[in-house]
Design a protein. Sequence first.
Length: 196
Amino acid sequence: MRSSISLFRFIAAAVMAALLSAAMAQAPAEADKERKYLYRWTDSRGQINYGDRPPPDAQNLLRIDLRQIGEQVQSLLPYQVRRASSSYPVMLFTASKCPPCNTAREFLVKRGIPFAERTIETGDDSVELKRLTQAEGVPVATVGTAPLIGFDPDEWNITLDASGYPKTSQLTATFRQEPARPLTQKEKAPAAVAKQ
């Protein structure tokens, strides 16, 4: 009788531990879904601040879009590409009227690398690009947290190989990259943003 009670307690403890670990693993994923943007603002003392939840009295509020590729795109990726992109997501920073940017984009598409593209259009974009990558011009790519400043196909190939991306495209012919978006955007209603 005692052995069946001990076995029951052991099984109950194992089930509780499994449920607890599953809940803990799910919590960071849910927090990541909520934290879509980083914000930059000026406080009442004139200091520049960064965070994911600006206060209602924030001034000069700027939203910085650092979202990686979306879930719909991620679910369409082959296993090796999905694994590499979850550990080392690629973000390409470009500008209009930039031939090297077009070459860099074509390189990533030809190699079959899913990436998020952010355009540098304003002075605020340039400031954030410099802060994020230490680069003063484009094209720039980040593979995980490693910046690749300027387009050098040999350097980019070495970094992508080391990050686990396949050497040749494994994407289907119907795969489409997400459209490029500006890196920053002015926010008009800080109180509404704080409620999100």
